[in-house]
Design a protein around this ligand. Structure first.
Ligand SMILES: [Zn+2]
Length: 173
């Protein structure tokens, strides 16, 4: 193989790799509304997006992941959902998580940094805002402080952090 052939070979291989990368990184193609029904009618959701609610939810994409619970991708603001959690998780928890994550979708649309590393998770202003709104909705549903505390508790949160978060959202510990 002469140098020209070698370079041509390398370029071809690079193209092929780029193509594969592009295929893998095609992004989420599933739509939120196909999996989460009637959320556009929920007043807590309308409280987040106002008259833009239908528009936002109609354009919101969802990607199913194999770990964790739910989240928002901070590159384009789509929803990330663990398919197994959606199938087997507590329905009230899932509902509250969707409300919480939609708060992050709104924050993303406003240009806020969702993963501001200057703060710990429970101290992050975007998290506190989303949790406050979610707890307000949990109270409206009639959930007790104990039940809300159970909801706030996750296996990766320390007791100290849970207490801090409970204080921020005014839930009795
Ligand atoms: Zn959050």
């Amino acid at each position: 193989m002469n140098w020209f052939e070698y370079v041509a070979f390398r370029i071809l291989r690079l193209f092929r790799r780029l193509h594969i990368t592009r295929l893998i990184r095609v992004g989420p193609t599933r739509m939120f509304m196909d999996y989460f029904k009637d959320y556009e009618k929920v007043s807590a959701v309308r409280g987040i997006f106002g008259e833009k609610t239908d528009d936002v939810l109609r354009n919101l994409k969802v990607e199913f992941i194999g770990f964790g619970y739910m989240g928002v991708d901070n590159t384009d603001g789509h929803l990330l959902v663990n398919a197994r959690y959606l199938k087997n998780g507590d329905k009230t928890d899932i509902y509250l998580d969707v409300v919480h994550e939609l708060c992050h979708v709104k924050q993303f649309m406003e240009g806020k940094e969702l993963f501001d590393e200057r703060y710990d998770y429970v101290d992050r202003p975007t998290e506190v805002e989303a949790y406050r709104y979610t707890v307000q909705e949990a109270r409206r549903l009639g959930l007790s402080d104990q039940r809300i505390l159970d909801y706030l508790k996750t296996e990766w949160m320390s007791q100290e952090d849970l207490k801090k978060l409970a204080k921020y959202v005014q839930v009795d510990c």
